[in-house]
Design a protein around this ligand. Structure first.
Ligand code: VG1
Ligand code: CO
Length: 543
């Protein structure tokens, strides 16, 4: 028989983080490293025999090698079919779409998302379940537990499969199907948004730039914007997925998508600008000389749900991750629906969507999406904004300013301190926690502390509990400072500080966010001793 059992020894560092297992490529290139993780994953699933596995990734370095290994291991572990995207190119939202559409058992997405790629940078692997969503913690923890004792893996001794040609290859009872990773997703978008309205928008002279940052959404954006909607060629820039993203950091924010930001604030700025991340689940929205904070974007999308045909019947509810601003709560209140608050990471939205509690979800980290799939979805957010622009025929800045006037403005910013020493980062968090008791009722500047705690969440659907999700300093006027350590980095620690202040007075809504938040920024630094403990005077990234 051509199935081999290969002896191996466990690795101790295969615990998935906020979104899958992410490591330097050199870590994944160690003999048996990927194989062990995949075997630990397969061992933690039951009933895969004869079932379908969806497979693809964001095209980063090591994708090709990993895809061939996983095909061979899926065969050896009893799957009946692997649906692999042509050339391995499959965005995270498209993977979710395909898993659902073809009722696959699950899917493996090869991506480290917004982390840089290339031989010296990051690779990642994540597993999605049959609902199309990221594996819940129950599964990721089971994979980790198995990885620690794993002593062999199963792999088929077959030739590599040509994934550059559409069609099926049969190996005994096992089938590898190479499919077009773009089309099913485009079809789904057509059911949610009226493409003929959007065509009219572009025909009327509306202009935009979409920067795919040399990552996975290039082919999706070109197909939809340039081919389907008639936007001029060249609307999509950096549209070819490259293994190292052309040296760019595929994270759509003010720092790493600077070219787009400069263009949108330049003399020839178009009406609308957008960018997406490595694996296509994030989005950044810009107007002519205007940046839309992701928390505001979520709130604006929810408030304008009628603009898109797929949502015109109303929203079941909204969910946002805890650090995301409370702007969406204001909209939920006005619509008479619930706004759920979950820990960071899309995996916490799945149960709420499956139970029909929420339609639209969002995170401050440039993630927005809906129950059309079970992942956040960058291109979807762009199309939703295009619908809003098509129906309101106002500029992005007019739409957002109008929103603030109606709902109040939640001034918001996130300050990231990247690449800090892990011991210093843990010490900073522990020190904050030791202050909780004395903080209650304390005056910090003009603010009074209402609650100081570490966010814990009980899933309202399955009762599962998740603790240690971020230190919250909640003030009596609704302002907040939140401290979290990132769960997606691959070296050292990243401290994220989230700052929020509500401003209902329309006369005071046009300040720059950093100035409006300056007193909170100072309090956040003093309270945690950020500068003294990390040695960093300034954040590395401000969004
Ligand atoms: C970050 C974001 C979080 C997001 C996660 C995955 O996690 O803060 O909101 O869900 O990345 O996004 P962390 O633990 O580093 O703060 V993606 O697009 O990188 O899969
Ligand atoms: Co991503």
């Amino acid at each position: 028989m051509f199935i081999k059992t290969v002896a191996s020894t466990p690795f101790s560092d295969q615990r998935p983080g906020t979104s899958g297992l992410r490591k330097k490529v050199s870590v994944f290139e160690q003999p048996n490293y990927l194989e062990n993780f995949v075997q630990a994953l397969f061992n933690s699933l039951s009933g895969v025999t004869g079932k379908t596995l969806v497979l693809g990734g964001d095209g980063r370095y090591y994708n090709d090698t990993a895809i061939q290994t996983i095909i061979k291991m899926a065969l050896a572990n009893g799957f009946g079919r692997v649906m692999v995207a042509k050339d391995g190119i499959l965005s995270t939202p498209a993977a979710s779409c395909v898993i659902r559409k073809y009722q696959a058992f699950g899917g493996i997405i090869l991506s480290a998302s917004h982390n840089p790629g290339g031989k010296d940078d990051d690779f990642g692997i994540k597993y999605n379940t049959s609902n199309g969503g990221p594996a819940p913690e129950k599964i990721t923890e089971a994979i980790y537990a198995r990885s620690k004792t794993l002593n062999s893996y199963r792999i088929a001794d077959i030739d590599d499969v040509d994934i550059s040609v559409l069609g099926e290859t049969k190996i005994g009872d096992f089938t590898v199907e190479v499919f077009d990773g773009i089309s099913d997703y485009v079809e789904l978008m057509k059911t949610l948004f009226d493409f003929s309205d959007l065509k009219k928008l572009f025909a009327s002279g509306f202009t935009m730039r979409y920067d795919a940052l040399n990552a996975v959404t290039g082919p999706y954006a070109r197909r939809i914007l340039e081919e389907e909607l008639g936007a001029p060629k060249g609307t999509v820039v950096n549209g070819t997925p490259l293994p190292d993203f052309g040296g760019k950091h595929p994270d759509p924010n003010l720092t790493y998508a600077k070219d787009l930001v400069d263009y949108m604030f330049g003399d020839n700025a178009p009406d609308f600008g957008a960018a997406s991340d490595g694996d296509g689940d994030r989005n950044m929205i810009l107007g002519n000389h205007f940046y839309v904070n992701p928390s505001d974007s979520l709130a604006v999308i929810c408030a304008n749900y009628q603009s898109a045909k797929g949502y015109a019947d109303g929203l079941l509810g909204i969910a946002r991750s805890m650090p995301t601003s409370q702007a969406a709560n204001k909209v939920a209140d006005a619509l008479g629906i619930k706004c759920y608050e979950t820990p960071t990471g899309w995996k916490f939205f799945g149960n709420l969507m499956d139970a029909d509690k929420v339609t639209i979800c969002g995170e401050e980290s440039f993630g927005t999406g809906s129950n059309h799939i079970r992942e956040k979805d960058g291109v979807w957010a762009v199309l939703f904004w295009l619908n809003i622009l098509a129906s309101r025929r106002q500029s992005v800045s007019e739409i957002v300013t109008d929103h603030w006037q109606k709902f109040g403005r939640n001034y918001y910013s996130r300050h990231d301190y990247e690449g800090i020493d892990s011991t210093a980062a843990n010490g900073l968090m522990e020190n904050l926690q030791s202050k909780f008791a004395s903080l209650k009722g304390a005056k910090l500047g003009d603010y009074t502390v209402d609650i100081a705690d570490n966010f814990a969440y009980i899933d309202p659907i399955d009762g599962s509990e998740t603790t240690n999700q971020g230190v919250r300093i909640l003030f009596t006027d609704g302002s907040r400072i939140i401290y979290r350590l990132s769960g997606t980095g691959t070296s050292g620690a990243t401290l994220r500080v989230y700052l929020e202040k509500y401003e209902p007075d329309t006369a005071k809504q046009n300040q720059d966010a950093q100035s409006a938040l300056s007193d909170l920024i100072k309090i956040a630094d003093d309270l945690a001793g950020i500068a003294s403990r990390t040695g960093m005077e300034k954040p590395t990234v401000i969004t």
